[in-house]
Design a protein around this ligand. Sequence first.
Ligand code: AMP
Ligand code: MG
Length: 488
Amino acid sequence: MKKITELRFENAYAQLPPEFYEKKDPAGFIHPHIIAFNGKLAAKIGIDPGEEHNPLLAEYLCGKRPIPGADPLAMYYAGWQFGVYNPNLGDGRALLLGQIVDGSGRGWDLHLKGCGASRFSRGFDGRATLRSCIREYLGSEALHHLGIPSTRALCITGGTEKIERETREPAAMMLRVARTHVRFGSFEGFYYRGEKESVRMLADYVIAGYYPEIPHGTKNGYGLLLLKTAEKTAETIARWQAYGFTHGVMNTDNMSIIGLTLDYGPYGFFENLERDYTPNHSDHFGRYSYVNQPAIGRWNLEKFAKCLKGLVDEEEIAGALEAYNTDFSSAYKKLMLRKFGFSKEKRQSLRFIEKTLGMLSEDETDYHIFFRSISKVKKNGSFMENPWLGSVSGKWQRWISEYAGELQENSPTDNERRKLMDSVNPKYVLRNHIMETAIRDAVERGDYSEIEKVKRIFENPFSEQPQYESYAGTSPEWAKGLVVSCFS
Ligand code: AMP
Ligand code: MG
């Protein structure tokens, strides 16, 4: 385990030509302090978790004091935003501080959000609100622990600075960690400028760093890069769908080249199965609604594939897009079968799943509580004590006996199935009100304890944690109308 001043940096991205980035130092806070620190993640990437107590840590992690070996830069990228191409995006308020190597030789990007303007800022202030940092910190960790590929969150630092948004709000910085922060949009900027050599160089960079199974420097390698990206994207979006997660801003600049959930803005989990659920208040047409995500994933992949023209042929593009469809559908099916506790992919079980999802979408039944509850149904039609099962009547009562019938046909023993189902249907879902409480405590009272507590609960979303029962329920009345905008 290394101290923050002893990290081994490789900084491979900084060795690409200058058109890939703007090198610049972060604009640190004057009086920084640590708001949250993820000791477990620190240990995973080779940083001594004891650094939490280093009195200078906040200065290092907000850019006030340079980290020895770091070579900070703002990454250039472009992207399709709500269907319109924008050639000039890039890290406008974030920097790739540097790329470290952990004890086992794995590389990690340290990417700091909210650390000042760059040449990609387009007139915005280069800062992030404490509110949005808390949402990303909690959201990205919660997704990771649900088994959904995501960037991770190492630290939030606060200062005394305030920034103008809808109101004047405290600023903060969030240090995120991922193998890479390269996006579809990182390729698009070069492609639309006609800089084919840069596209190829970036593809080589991604293959060498993150797809070691792909042979380097062969024409076929680029086709495989597209295919693997399609597979990873499909797998991640399948998980979003199964868990009722909506990203909110699926622009191509927010699409990770290794299929991570990237750039947390106005994301959310629905409560009832609401197909049109659109957590981004500014997305008036619902382009990035829950139900649209799989199709948008494909649209985005088509845009990415276009960038590789000349490196891959039409057949490879068609193959990768086809793989996206089949992989999405098989991953989603597999997850849903597990959520229902069915052992085999039987046509009858799939029909039953479809019918149940239809019923859920017409109903006020909480999607997550429903799945957590139904593992308690027994094959003989009775059920273990459970508040939801115990309270239903009418159509859901009939559904329970039908479900028991389906289980008789296609599931392991009651005990075995319950365990399997409880390991895929979370007890704890990061609903907006849970984050809102942590945000209000932090912003209004400078009390950060709720952030740590919520992070800890959501490290084990599938385990019963009886002392935290109140975090497992539906939203309270006061939180029903909470809205989230892009403006963060
Ligand atoms: P996002 O919506 O966070 O994915 O950001 C889209 C683009 O806007 C990216 O290029 C960001 O860097 C940039 N951006 C968002 N907020 C700010 C800000 N406060 N200052 C500068 N750039 C920003
Ligand atoms: Mg973004």
